[in-house]
Design a protein around this ligand. Structure first.
Ligand code: PLP
Length: 348
């Protein structure tokens, strides 16, 4: 946890816990946010249309009414629209709601989008709202200089979620919640039952059950510690940098391809695109169908594994490079296969 704290640029007061994953970590974060806001009756929470479904679930579980989870539109780069957010917060206050938190993206799942973290930190500070940053996928970019620049401002968040089982190459399950001030997590979760009195070893010895839902727990830190000791941080930095480089290079290839079109620009290690030949005018529904066929053929006939996404409602192929073994040849061959399958689907 100390490693993560330092990588994120968090102060000494920060701390957290390892969880099963990002969803569990975000739930704990919203419990802390609700407590910090004084547990208001009519709370509202804000997130962009790119936010992970885990937040809607967390909002429901912490008892914020589903209709008070406000979905804010995103801009052309899939970042939260700050103007829209500010007016929604103002309108909700005027209507008697208590805005308690913003859930920001630092690497949205579908598009890799990073919300303007500095601006969000300013808004949250002036509005007295909790800033929760979902960096489940993207957060480990902070171990590289480039990633640190892209995620500038993340250290101003009240809470941050990371998933080491994503871009830190760990086996399931290991997520993480970090809060800037550990007391904000221990206040809602700290309960001292008699039957655990023998396990209280005094200050400086954290009991993780005081920080989240889970009591009996496995030693999730071991695999992280061991792989860093074995491979060294330079290997992790290299692998994460390479993911970003490959996504940028994939975008260049897509931009130059007569058959492919980019549907969400490369951000961190994600880029979305689809078969959409520049010289043909094809209806969107037909293109969706063509691309579904391309995705299925890539799955069954090509060694690559890609998923799909719907940026701006367009069925797209989603390239997300989080495997330390992936090379440019792998990416190029995958893009070539998409072009080939695309042409065949259009001809057929
Ligand atoms: C994967 C992911 C989550 C959910 O994390 P789990 O570990 O699957 O619970 C939340 N947010 C983002 C951005 C993710 O990529």
């Amino acid at each position: 946890m100390e490693w993560f704290r330092e990588w994120l640029g968090y102060p000494d007061t920060a701390g957290g816990l390892l969880t099963s994953g990002g969803s569990a970590a975000s739930l704990d974060a919203l419990v802390a946010a609700r407590e910090a806001a004084g547990y208001p009756e009519r709370a509202s929470v804000y997130m962009s249309d790119q936010s992970h479904s885990a937040h809607l679930r967390a909002v429901k579980i912490v008892g914020v009414r589903a209709e008070h989870a406000r979905i804010v539109p995103s801009d052309e780069c899939f970042r939260i629209d700050m103007g829209a957010l500010a007016s929604m917060v103002a309108a909700d206050r005027a209507a008697g709601l208590k805005p308690i938190a913003v859930c920001a993206n630092a690497g949205a799942t579908a598009t890799g989008a990073v919300d303007p973290l500095e601006e969000l930190a300013d808004l949250c500070a002036s509005e007295g709202m909790w800033l929760h940053v979902d960096a489940a996928y993207g957060g480990f970019a902070v171990v590289t200089e480039r990633g640190k620049r892209i995620l500038r401002g993340i250290e101003r968040a009240d809470s941050i979620v990371l998933d080491a089982h994503k871009w830190f190459f760990q086996p399931y399950e290991v997520g993480c919640l970090m809060v800037r001030d550990i007391s904000t997590l221990e206040k809602p979760f700290g309960i001292r039952p008699d039957f655990l009195q023998d396990a209280l070893w005094g200050s400086g010895h954290p009991n993780f059950w005081d920080r989240g839902l889970q009591m009996s727990r496995s030693a999730r830190a071991l695999k992280i510690w061991m792989s860093v000791q074995t491979f060294g941080m330079a290997a992790f930095r290299r692998a994460i940098s390479s993911g970003m480089d490959l996504a940028a290079r994939a975008q260049e290839y897509i931009d130059e391809s007569p058959v492919l079109a980019c549907t969400s620009p490369a951000s961190l290690s994600v880029v979305c695109f689809r078969v959409d030949p520049a010289d043909q005018d094809i209806a969107n529904d037909d293109l969706d169908e063509v691309n579904r066929t391309v995705l299925a053929r890539l799955f069954w006939e090509d060694p690559a594994f890609m998923s799909s996404a719907m940026p701006r409602g367009l069925f797209s192929l989603r390239l997300c490079i989080v495997n330390h073994n992936t090379t440019w040849d792998d990416v190029r061959e995958t893009l070539e296969a998409a072009e080939r399958f695309g042409k065949e689907a259009l001809a057929g």
